[in-house]
Design a protein around this ligand. Structure first.
Ligand code: NOJ
Length: 769
């Protein structure tokens, strides 16, 4: 027996050793051959595996201190035993070189010594925290987004990890949904571009690089369309909505070579995504020809029982595997039943082999077979995490993510020699809120607060009066606690600090009012029916307004909020999301004019929560407008438009758009048209502008949106400078998933819009023959 073990192991080492010679000689020359070499290795390992070992590769356990889902009854010892027997493919929530090494050492005791992959939710940074993903999306700066993901990857790899459950590319149109903070907003094109930038950042050009990690496009699919914005809720998107609005970012992720996908908790039109064969086998692995593997979401295989789609866990395992879910995260369904299901011929060995091959492929691509401890480098863990350089990029990301919504009488920027500032509100000196939700190893209370950022900026003669005014939350969570177990408690009674805040506001030249949402008001399981200012924040706003009208609202938010009342009364509004480690410095850069804000909203801000879901790329309806009576698609008590639309954001300078031109008005299907516009900086300071291209397909085989974003360019203009910006209109821009059930361009008329936000009216009409 001992001898047999030795022989099998030597055989693997031989095969691996031999093929890694082939790899290193081919690596830089021919990536097609590299794939073939990996395939050979995968097959050779697969051949050695028993059915138990194969099923084991399809199992993922949560084994760490950070619980990111409901706890299971499985004991830690049981999990460790399984790892040692080679019956586990991956673990999540084990972070740090020490812990990873310990788990990997156990895996190395198993018969075939197949390494584990280590996954974690690194959503907006590991320890150096960047703005939450929705916030960072407001930068519309793809290179910055790539860079922040690359830093997150570098820090994760240094902490022993090799797989992140990011990016979330769920298009989300509903501000009530707590997880809107995790994605790229309401538009499929922008979400796709941002998702791909994040994937490139995490994975780099080479997964084998020791500073890159595997990414995961999630949640496949439809999770962002949860009815009424309630997390985990039903999704009823129709076929065309699915293809044209929900799937494009996933398709782009697959095309960009994302290593893994995660499916989702929701059902779509009655079929749970985890058991959705059309999505996973037919579209993702079939039509898109994608070679990575699909991990279930936490317990989502088992949850098909609660959906009423599987009669027991065994049935759930059968459905999930047949539908194309390759790895079971925390349902314990595959390990319990796949072998039996195979003997009963309810699942096929071909499907099991396919899943295992996909998982092994990634382990080879990451270089884990060559060195299972490749990511276990204490030196890197000491030197590559939370560095000065990373914090500098975080500050840049913070200021670039800020959106200026209102700037009456140029209240901003404020002079650094201003006589006095009252800094008021629960977030004025808050060092934790900016770390945001999904904070990985981000440290409690570690961000630069607004107060600190302001102090770093102003001269000695500026008086700063800081008053919290109120607490937004009554603390229920201690640092390090599992936040999923704690409902938030909002302070509704204690208003003792308001009078002091009023006194401070009364004596100051200008007020910075820092209110909005705390970190844990958005994120998983944090859906809300109210998206206005919770607790006593409205009272604080009104009280301050009574004594000082010179207010800049510095909004903290994970989601679009209802800020209608504040918008009526305050002259300055900055959207500052949860901006990460350098939050206060980033905001101060903008407030005092060292950085001219250029962020644009990736989501519409409503006038009232009753408008949700609200999105610019809506359909026209049969009754878009009738000023003479009420029988058109609107509300009787509120306008139907957004308070601040998608793509909107001001600057300290002004931009004008002139001379919109097309090089021709007609084109054949495979031809192209160039549309160009002159953008001028007509103000007194230099600045950046995001020039946006939208189209409208006027008549089509299915109803098309009134506008769809199809391109954007972020340009820098000196004061007085003009630049010509052009976009190419071709098949990729004009096609959609048509009534023929394929992506194609339908001949006819299109409007091409260009401008600085989604309400632009400047357009040219073209005809496609
Ligand atoms: C559940 C979440 O939906 C998913 O996004 C996350 O990656 C997993 N838990 C793992 O923490």
């Amino acid at each position: 027996m001992q001898k047999l073990k030795f022989t099998i192991y030597s055989l693997i080492v031989l095969i691996l050793g031999f093929s890694s010679c082939i790899i290193s000689s081919e690596k830089n020359t021919n990536s097609a051959n590299l794939d073939k070499a990996i395939e050979k290795k995968v097959d050779s390992v697969l051949e050695l595996m028993t059915i138990d070992e194969k099923v084991g590769q399809m199992v993922q356990y949560s084994a760490g201190w950070d619980l990111t889902g409901p706890a299971s009854s499985k004991s830690a010892q049981d999990k460790l035993d399984k790892i040692e027997k080679g019956l586990v493919g991956s673990v999540l929530n084990v972070v740090s070189v020490k812990e990873v090494r310990a788990a990997q050492e156990l895996a190395m005791k198993s018969r075939l010594k197949i390494p584990l992959i280590f996954a974690y939710d690194v959503i907006h940074g590991l320890k150096t925290m960047f703005p939450t993903p929705l916030g960072e999306s407001a930068s519309w700066d793809l290179e910055l987004i790539r860079q922040s993901a690359a830093i997150a990857a570098k820090e994760s790899a240094a902490a022993g990890l090799n797989w992140t459950f990011a990016p979330m590319v769920d298009v989300s149109r509903d501000a009530r949904w707590g997880r809107i903070m995790e994605g790229g907003g309401e538009d499929p094109y922008l979400s796709a571009e941002i998702g791909v930038a994040r994937i490139k950042g995490f994975q780099g050009d080479d997964l084998a690089d020791a500073n890159t990690i595997a990414a995961c496009a999630k949640h496949f699919a439809g999770y962002g369309f949860a009815e009424a914005g309630r997390d985990y809720n039903t999704v009823t998107a129709g076929e065309f909505e699915l293809h044209n609005m929900i799937l494009p970012p996933f398709r782009a992720a697959a095309k960009a070579g994302v290593a893994t996908f995660m499916n989702s908790f929701n059902d779509i039109d009655g079929i749970p995504a985890t058991g959705h064969k059309v999505l996973q086998r037919d579209i993702l692995k079939g039509d898109w020809n994608w070679n990575g593997f699909v991990v279930s979401d936490w317990g989502s295989i088992g949850e098909m029982r609660a959906h009423g789609y599987a009669k027991d866990k065994k049935h759930a395992a059968e459905i999930a595997l047949n539908a194309g879910s390759d790895m079971d995260m925390e349902s314990y369904a595959y390990e319990a039943s796949l072998k039996e299901l195979l003997s009963e011929k309810k699942v096929s060995e071909a499907h099991i082999n396919d899943a295992v091959k996909r998982i092994l492929r990634l382990k080879f691509q990451l270089g884990l077979f060559d060195n299972p401890f490749k990511y276990c480098d204490e030196e890197k863990e000491k030197n590559n995490i939370y560095t000065k350089e990373h914090l500098a990029v975080s500050r840049d990301a913070a200021r670039k993510s800020i959106v200026l919504l209102k700037n009456e009488n140029s209240i901003l920027p404020v002079s650094k020699n201003v006589k006095s500032i009252a800094l008021i509100g629960p977030f004025a000196d808050n060092k934790d809120m900016p770390i945001g939700n999904w904070r990985a190893k981000g440290v409690y209370n570690s961000a630069v607060s607004l107060l600190e950022g302001v102090k770093n900026k102003v001269g000695k003669n500026t008086k700063i009066y800081y008053e919290k005014g109120i607490d937004l939350l009554i603390p229920t969570v201690k640092p390090g606690d599992n936040q999923f177990l704690h409902p938030l408690k909002i302070n509704k009674n204690n208003r003792t600090g308001i009078s002091k805040a009023v006194a401070a506001a009364r004596k100051a030249e200008i007020v910075f009012l820092a209110i909005g949402e705390d970190a844990y008001q958005s994120g998983e399981g944090r859906s809300q029916v109210n998206i206005g200012f919770a607790g006593l924040q409205n009272e604080l706003l009104e009280a301050i307004y009574k004594v000082n009208k010179n207010i800049v609202l510095i909004l903290s938010n994970g989601r679009p909020m209802d800020i209608s009342r504040a918008n009526e009364i305050v002259p300055g509004i900055l959207v500052t999301w949860q901006l990460g480690s350098e939050s206060g410095n980033g905001i101060a850069d903008v407030v005092f004019g060292d950085y001219n804000p250029a962020g644009k909203l990736p989501v519409s801000f409503p006038r009232n929560v009753g408008q949700e879901p609200l999105y610019y790329n809506q359909k026209n309806t049969g009754r878009p407008y009738n000023p003479k009576n009420v029988t058109y698609s609107s509300y009787t008590d509120e306008k139907k438009s957004a308070l601040f639309p998608f793509g909107f954001g001001l600057s300290y300078t002004n931009f004008s758009y002139d001379n919109l031109k097309v090089n021709k008005e007609k084109m054949e299907l495979n031809d192209e048209i160039i549309i160009s516009v002159e953008v001028s900086n007509t103000g007194k300071v230099s600045g950046e502008e995001v020039v946006q291209l939208y189209i409208r397909d006027l008549v089509a085989s299915i109803v098309r949106p009134v506008k769809e974003l199809k391109g954007f360019q972020k340009i820098y203009l000196n004061a007085g400078e003009t630049k010509t910006v052009s976009f190419t209109i071709n098949k990729d821009v004009l096609e959609f998933y048509t009534a023929n059930r394929k992506w194609e361009v339908e001949p006819g008329e299109f409007l091409l819009f260009v401008g600085g936000n989604s309400t632009t009216k400047m357009n040219k009409k073209i005809t496609v023959n």
